[in-house]
Design a protein around this ligand. Structure first.
Ligand SMILES: [Zn+2]
Length: 75
């Protein structure tokens, strides 16, 4: 058997524009991997569920700092 060291796994996860929040369908900025699967959240819904998710998940990729980097078209 080969032991896979998965410590680097989280660094390879990239959130794409096509990744959508599981709650509302907006662009996802947080990836959460937990015991029973994977979830994607927008910043809003991640913040809303953050405490629950932190106890459930073992990997959280938080890319909310990229939210402000998206196009500044009409804001
Ligand atoms: Zn959402």
């Amino acid at each position: 058997m080969t032991l896979v060291v998965d410590k680097n796994e989280s660094e390879e996860i990239e959130l794409k524009v096509s990744d959508r929040c599981d709650a509302c369908g907006a662009q996802a900025f947080v990836y959460v991997k937990g015991l029973s699967g994977e979830l994607y959240f927008c910043g809003h819904h991640y913040a809303k569920n953050e405490e629950k998710l932190k106890s459930w998940s073992f990997t959280i990729i938080d890319k909310r700092d990229t939210i402000n980097k998206k196009s500044e078209s009409s804001n």
